[in-house]
Design a protein around this ligand. Structure first.
Ligand SMILES: *Cc1c(COP(=O)(O)O)cnc(C)c1O
Length: 240
């Protein structure tokens, strides 16, 4: 590997991280919260372990991967002491068996079916798996996530499944909308989050509202996000 290139990329990651932390703090304060009230997740999909480890050395303590195989394949190369690991995005039912017990949270539960499978495998392993329920805020057919109109009933149904615990919600807004539109989606999402939280359902702690990615994390935090998931703004554009 080209030494100069490696150094340049390490430097870029450091600078990107500083910028993001600065923007996040500012947005948190503007939204009436403290910087530490918003958690930063580094999304590590397609990123080589050497760069992930460099990012972790800067103090990042939460990573998200969305491909089961990729995560299991590279995690032995990662310095994961004290680092929380989440699986993000859509999870196929047939992959559940491989990932339950291997991550700290599954952030993309988007059906009762996959929730039941997570519960079943967790019970077999004698554990309780923490999850976030994924909401399709844009209502687009192409994207995974629960329809907002069915969210409450589905959360109730999932909350009754043994072996699983709901910790909050995760959302991805529609792509190609402008900042104002995005903020509306995030604001709606925050309202849903508060509504469900107020119901105080058994086995549900509405503590995490995961929304905001590279292009819109500041807007998401202004509207109440408690966790942002950032990949390309930290590591650079993904090449595949
Ligand atoms: C890839 C991914 C992200 C990060 O996307 P960036 O735009 O690169 O920040 C966030 N959330 C999910 C579910 C993803 O799959």
């Amino acid at each position: 590997m080209d030494e100069a290139l490696l150094k340049q990329r390490f430097y870029d990651i450091e600078e990107n991280y500083k910028t993001i932390m600065h923007n996040l703090s500012e947005a948190a304060i503007k939204s009436g919260r403290k910087p530490e009230d918003v958690r930063f997740m580094a999304v590590t999909k397609t990123v080589d372990s050497i760069y992930i480890n460099h990012a972790l050395s800067l103090g990042i303590d939460l990573i998200g991967e969305n491909r089961v195989q990729e995560f299991l394949g590279k995690r032995d190369e990662l310095k994961l002491d004290g680092v929380e690991k989440h699986l993000i995005g859509h999870l196929q039912t047939n992959k559940v068996r491989q990932i339950v017990g291997e991550v700290d949270m599954i952030d993309g539960v988007d059906s009762v079916k996959v929730a039941k499978e997570i519960g079943k495998v967790s019970q077999k392993k004698g554990i309780i798996t923490d999850v976030l329920v994924e909401v399709n805020i844009g209502g687009e057919e192409s994207k995974f996530g629960l329809d907002p109109s069915q969210l409450y009933e589905t959360v109730c149904e999932i909350s009754e499944i043994e072996g699983i615990k709901i910790n909050g919600l995760m959302a991805i807004p529609p792509i190609c909308t402008n900042e104002d539109e995005n903020r509306k989606f995030f604001a709606n999402m925050y309202t849903m989050f508060l509504d469900i939280k107020a119901k105080k359902l058994d086995n549900v702690s509405m503590n995490i509202l995961s929304m905001g990615m590279s292009d819109d994390y500041a807007s998401a935090v202004l509207e109440g996000s408690t966790m942002v998931r950032v990949g390309s703004s930290l590591f650079g554009r993904r090449v595949y």
